[in-house]
Each structure stands twice: as C-alpha cells, then as structure tokens.
Design a protein around this ligand. Sequence first.
Ligand SMILES: Nc1ncnc2c1ncn2[C@@H]1O[C@H](COP(=O)(O)OP(=O)(O)OP(=O)(O)O)[C@@H](O)[C@H]1O
Length: 472
Amino acid sequence: MVCWLPLKSALREVRLISQEIWSDVLGYVRKNITEVEYHTWFAPVKNLGVQDGSLVLGVRNSFAQEWFRKNYLKLLEDALRSLGAQNPQVSFQVLPAAQDALLLPSDPPPPPSLPAPRAAPTFTENRKVLNPKYTFENFVVGPNNNLAHAAALAVAESPGKAYNPLFIYGDVGLGKTHLMHAVGHYMLERFPGKRVEYVSTESFTNDLINAIRDDKMTQFRNRYRSVDLLLVDDIQFLAGKERTQEEFFHTFNALYESHKQIILSSDRPPKDIQTLEGRLRSRFEWGLITDIQSPEYETRVAILKMNAEHNRIDIPQEVLELIARQVTSNIRELEGALMRVVAFSSLNNVPFSRAVAAKALSNVFAPQEVKVEMMDVLRQVAAQFNMPPDVIRGSGRVREVVQARQVAQYLIRELTDHSLPEIGQFFGRDHSTVMHAISKVSEQMGKDSELTAAVELLRRRMKGQEDEDSDA
Ligand SMILES: Nc1ncnc2c1ncn2[C@@H]1O[C@H](COP(=O)(O)OP(=O)(O)OP(=O)(O)O)[C@@H](O)[C@H]1O
C-alpha cells in the first residue's frame, strides 16, 4: 500500500513516491479498461508528480486534456482511493511540445519547481532531447512549409555554411520545432560525434539564472558555446529580458565566429519582436528568415494519413478528409482530432466512418452536415455482417452474402441521393437487381427481427446517432 499523506512534504520524496503511485494507478486503470483504450490514452501520459496534494498528469494536447477530464477522472480518483488516498485529486496539464520531447517515458519526472538535473551533453544525451518522431522523413512538405523545409535541409547538409542563423517563424503547432529537431537528427546521423543542443528560450533563461545564482557561469558558457548545432525554440521570449539577451548575444557571437550552426524559432519575425536589442535583431537577420503558414487541405490530409500509418491505424481516406476539413490551422490539433476519432470509435466499438468522426469531433468543432457516401454504407454493412466489403460487392451467392448485399443496396437508396442505376453500377449489377433487393429487404423488415435490428442499428450509425443506444 502506498502512503498518500506524506506526499506533500519533501520534494525528492514526492518524486520517487509518486512514480510508485503512478505505476500502481496504471495497474488499476489497466484492469478496468480495454487494452486499446489503455494504449491509446494512458501510454503517452507523463506523471508530473504531486503538487498541493494533487497528482498532476501531463497530456499531449487540449483534446487529450478534455478527454481525460470527461472520461477518466473518476477512474483515476478511484485508483488513488484504492491506494489509500482519502480525498484524491487529479489534474491534467498540456505538455509543451519541448517538454513532451524531453520527458521520454523512461525518464523520471523532475520534481515540481526544481530544475531538472543536467549532465554535460553527450551523444546519447543529444539523442534524448530530440523527439525521435521529429525527422525529415516524418515531415510532410506542402506549399505552406516548402521553403522552411528546403532551408532546414540545406542547413542540415552544410551546417554553419548555408544559412546562419536560420530563423523559422510561424503560428503555434505548425512544425517549427519538428524541423529544428529534424536538422539535429540529420546531423547526428551523419556525424555521431557532433554536439547538438536543443533548448527553449525559457530553459536558456532558467539555466542562466541558476548559473548566476550558483556561481557557475563558466560551466554555463562552456556548455552553450561548445556545441556544433544550437537550436533555440520560442526566441520571442527573449523580449524584455536584458540579461538573457546580453548572454545570448555572446553565445551567438561565439558560435557564429566558429562557424557553428544556429537555428532559431519564433512566433513572429525578428522585426516584430518588441524590446529586442538592435544588435540581436540584426544578427537574427544575417542568415535566412523563413516562415511556415497553416497547411492547406491536401497537406492536412497527407499529415493525417502519415500519422495513421505510423500508428498502424487502418482508417478510410474519407474519414481523414472529414477531419482535415474540421481542423484547419494547427497541426497539433489536427493530430489531436485524429486521436479523438480513434478513441471514440474504439470506446464505442464502432468502425470508422464519417458519421462517427463527425460525432467524435462535434463537442470541439461546429458539427458538420455529413453526406453519406455509398462506400460508407458498404463499410458499415460489412462490419455489421462481419465480411469484407469486396465479398459483398462480389458475385457470391451464399445466403448471408446476398442478404448483406441487399441490405447495403437498401440503405444506400435510403440514405444517399444515388439513383438505382448508379447503385447498380457500384455493385456491378443492373438497376432491376437493386429494385429487387430493396423490395426484398422492405418485405422482411418487421418480420425478421434480427434483420430489422441490424438495419435499424446501421441506419442510426450512418446518421451518427449510435450513442442513443450505446451511451457514447
Ligand atoms: N509538415 C508536417 N508533417 C508532419 N507533422 C507535422 C508537420 N508539421 C507539424 N507536424 C506535427 O505537428 C505537431 C506540432 O509541431 P511543432 O511542435 O513542431 O509545432 P511548433 O510550430 O513548434 O509549435 P509551437 O509554436 O507550439 O512550439 C508535431 O507533432 C509535429 O510532428
């Protein structure tokens, strides 16, 4: 049994004990949900420790945060109660992208409000701070980001020579960090001995404050000035921090003069960063300034497709297209929307369809009118009758197959605007066969209770109303 009360005391204790609690919590959770749910939702969660008596869990984005609050809060509280907590509290924090990268699952979480200990950078450590997912291979190039991508690739191929510094700016969640890490991976793959340092401006500032406080400025300077590639995220946060700007100026000069590559990211171009010293601004403009815009529809679909493939999720193209139409500006949210649809369909045990996706996203985005397509109906019928779509469309004469085919034709006629000849063509048959199928199913409805229930369930599903009987 894990003791809950002393958790609020010594921070180091908190860190160790809360890891133990977290393993027990996970064990409890795992017994109470399906494996798919567990892997979809709990595997990526980071235990951030205990703060003010509350277990703080880091989740990847606001979708996950909302999902946990709505669906798993009670389960988590029960888990803590089963471990002896009298008044269990759980809160969820969205991890910043960088922290997501830094806190790999095997890392113990840093205690709250204490800086994470840092050793001198080594090759393995370099690898650790770069998110393994953020590579060039995993970056979908589109008109919105092709210049930034080409510049990053050029820099990766000729560090310190092509463009120095490379300054990438753009709105949140559009791939700036991804591109920076990709350059780091590329360099380490080709030259494993090189030193790559990725840091957010906030961490740089904190390191500086700590170095000043602990009288360790020499170590601080050695650390930042001895790297081959310095990646600094969110450089706009230098604004108004004079001492940090001063130190960064000297770091920049030292690296630049020794032809070491610097890549900076920001939410705006250097000229729009207020209270940035002129000498820094002009340095930021020495190399290449490139932006990333919001992805257009085709790029969004391609990103979703790649994501689904990586996660081995077999999801129809039309569902990806629906998601890409809903989420238009932020790729992190686009990925979150996909996760949400996957979770929704697995939790409710329904196959992917546009209606299911629209339903899953309707709490977050304005509901969309979903036009049912023939393929949607075929897939749903196939799942319901437990046979592949191709078999239904094929020439088989087995009774079950014929019945599934007739139901599919009946529902397509009812739920879409397609004409009888169009439906016939879809099934490789003529319109009189479709007419026959429709009258056959109509005749059986009400008489054959199993068939009636199946058709009604399918009809509700296609209209995105499956929660009415499954409490989605
Ligand atoms: N072109 C792309 N291809 C594939 N994935 C992408 C692409 N652009 C962004 N992503 C993904 O979107 C998510 C957000 O990207 P990233 O963290 O790099 O954004 P950012 O611009 O640095 O955001 P912030 O300003 O919030 O730090 C990541 O999971 C990243 O892998």
